[in-house]
Write a protein that binds this ligand. Structure first.
Ligand SMILES: Nc1nc2c(ncn2[C@@H]2O[C@H](COP(=O)(O)OP(=O)(O)OP(=O)(O)O)[C@@H](O)[C@H]2O)c(=O)[nH]1
Ligand SMILES: [Mg+2]
Ligand SMILES: [Zn+2]
Length: 296
């Protein structure tokens, strides 16, 4: 049978769903391979009416990983723009935001922050304060309220999604699926269909799912999770993934400076002078430590 080309729109364990010109096929890989990600363009061979085997994965433009107890898994492929969704409540972790930013810098993906639930007014000033440092680093911050101001939310997000392949990531309960439901009117139905096809039987987000927007842009919803997979990053990649370190790289006394405790380190001096946030430098140290533990 002839080879088909499709896009992976959902993944659950070793089961995948591919969209081939609007037709949805349940797919498996050959053998034990699980190196397929949502967003991957794949070449398939049909095995029955609605089933296929993945023969090949087309070359990816970008690849994001998530991590699960020191094991990296693929999160999404061919993403051009990533939206970190935070909210006034529940409170969000700076650690996750910064890890996502590092992942984007390393993968060459444009990062934006969405502050949702601005209708929770008593918590808004504090949330704004907490996203301000990221805006200062140059990451665009967009304020929305999926629940209280749905039209305005769509008007804010739609132009940012046009022509892109985007993903919403963020902790559970921030409102990722609520926004997807506004942007993709039949998303709810699609989720139920996929839950049935992949046999998860749940209506909360338990798997990563790609939707098409009018005009062909792609938007991916992902389940809330805490950890971004960064173990594959080398030391050199890590220092460059912190955008605010850039002016100081090369200014250290030692060419192989790790910017942790070395004398005459330009990065440490910038931290001492308040030009680099201590929180971000601490995360850099933590990521360096984590990558050294898993490089074998
Ligand atoms: N007050 C308020 N609540 C909202 C808003 N947007 C979403 N919510 C609520 O927040 C809760 C979580 O929303 P979801 O869209 O399921 O969150 P999620 O990020 O997809 O969560 P996971 O799928 O668990 O990762 C729901 O009860 C929504 O109704 C908003 O703008 N304001
Ligand atoms: Mg969700
Ligand atoms: Zn240094």
């Amino acid at each position: 049978m002839s080879e088909l080309t499709g896009t992976i729109i959902a993944a659950h364990g070793r089961h995948y769903l591919a969209d081939v010109d609007g037709e949805k096929l349940q797919c498996v890989t050959r053998g034990k391979k699980t190196n397929v990600a949502v967003g991957d363009v794949v070449h398939l061979k049909k095995t029955s009416n609605d089933q296929a085997v993945i023969e090949r994965i087309a070359e990816r433009t970008t690849l994001l990983y998530r991590s699960d107890q020191y094991k990296s898994k693929l999160l999404a492929a061919n993403i051009s723009r990533l939206f970190i969704v935070v909210a006034t409540e529940p409170g969000f972790a700076d650690d996750l935001v910064s890890r996502a930013l590092v992942a984007c810098e390393a993968a060459g993906i444009e990062a934006h922050i969405i502050l949702n639930k601005t209708d929770v007014e008593e918590l808004l000033p504090r949330a704004r304060e907490r996203v301000a440092p990221y805006a200062a680093l140059g990451y665009p911050v967009h304020e929305v309220s999926a629940k209280a101001r749905p039209e305005q939310t769509v008007a804010t997000l739609m132009p940012l999604l046009e022509g892109q392949s985007s993903i919403f990531i963020g902790q559970s309960g921030m409102g990722k699926s609520s926004m997807i439901n506004l942007l993709v009117p039949d998303a709810d139905i699609a989720v139920r269909e996929i839950s049935a096809a992949l046999d998860t039987g749940k209506h909360t987000t338990t798997f990563t799912r790609l939707y098409r927007l009018p005009g062909g842009a792609a938007i991916i919803d992902s389940p809330g999770f805490q950890e971004f997979g960064l173990y594959h990053l080398t030391e050199g990649m890590l220092e460059r993934a912190f955008v605010e370190f850039k002016p100081y790289l090369g200014g250290c006394k030692y060419y192989n400076c790790r910017h942790l405790a070395e004398p005459q380190c330009a990065v440490l001096e910038a931290v001492a002078e308040g030009k680099i946030a201590r929180m971000r430098h601490e995360l850099y140290g933590q990521l360096l430590h984590e990558s050294s533990q898993t490089l074998y």
